[in-house]
Design a binder for this molecule. Sequence first.
Ligand SMILES: Nc1ncnc2c1ncn2[C@@H]1O[C@H](COP(=O)(O)OP(=O)(O)OP(=O)(O)O)[C@@H](O)[C@H]1O
Ligand SMILES: [Mg+2]
Length: 251
Amino acid sequence: MKIIACYSNKGGVGKTATSVNLAYCYAQAGYTVLLCDLDPQGASGFYLRVKPSKKLKDARFFEDVERFTGSIRASDYDRFDVLPANLTFRDFDVFLSRMRNKRSRLKKALAAAGSDYDVVLLDCPPNFSTLSENIFRAADQIVVPVIPTTLSERTFDQLVTFFEKQGLPKKKLRAFFSMVQRRKTLHLDTIERMRKLYRKRFLNAEIPFAADIERMGQNRAPLGVYAGRSAAAIAYQELFDELENGEVSTI
Ligand SMILES: Nc1ncnc2c1ncn2[C@@H]1O[C@H](COP(=O)(O)OP(=O)(O)OP(=O)(O)O)[C@@H](O)[C@H]1O
Ligand SMILES: [Mg+2]
């Protein structure tokens, strides 16, 4: 089992769109996938037409493998299951901060409940918290969407600094440029500067700003289902290929 977190400390950068579309790419490639919606807003569950579980009122289900696995739902797609959102940040954080092994609790829970899956993807909320520290420790790869603008650049700098201060392995960070508009000089300049500064931290694949992606909210389906040949769907496929094989597909 491999754990991939889709994380940014900035909101609205494309974490959920990426989680859903990457999960779909993995499932289509033949892997069994569990997408965990860790953001209480429940957006990835919404895109996949999976309702939040009402049964789970507290975060203790992380300690209870049966309750955890019992709340997993099938999506409409083969090999693609979802753990819908059902908790608030506060629930997660209060629970995790009380644990003796608070920094690695999430990893233990996923290892127990997600072991049947090839890939566990985490759609994360945008903040620094006990939960995000758990996410950083649990994940094998942390996929970070970065919009090539000044504020997003600053947020990525903060994330890298946090990793350095906490002694976390920076090589887990796999950033990529999201919502790219190549006709904007600011975007091109920021991409060039950040690629130089961070070199290996950035994947080659870039996700363009695309109306097809915005339409996920209306279609409530991964992009590949309703616009499989679009530039945006191909870009997600390239992101998947690069994460999985370290190379960009030639489709
Ligand atoms: N590449 C893109 N091009 C155009 N719109 C996009 C793109 N990626 C995401 N969006 C749109 O931008 C909005 C935010 O995207 P998304 O919900 O994936 O971000 P997020 O980082 O998960 O946000 P949050 O921090 O609120 O969880 C959504 O309306 C989505 O449809
Ligand atoms: Mg989101």
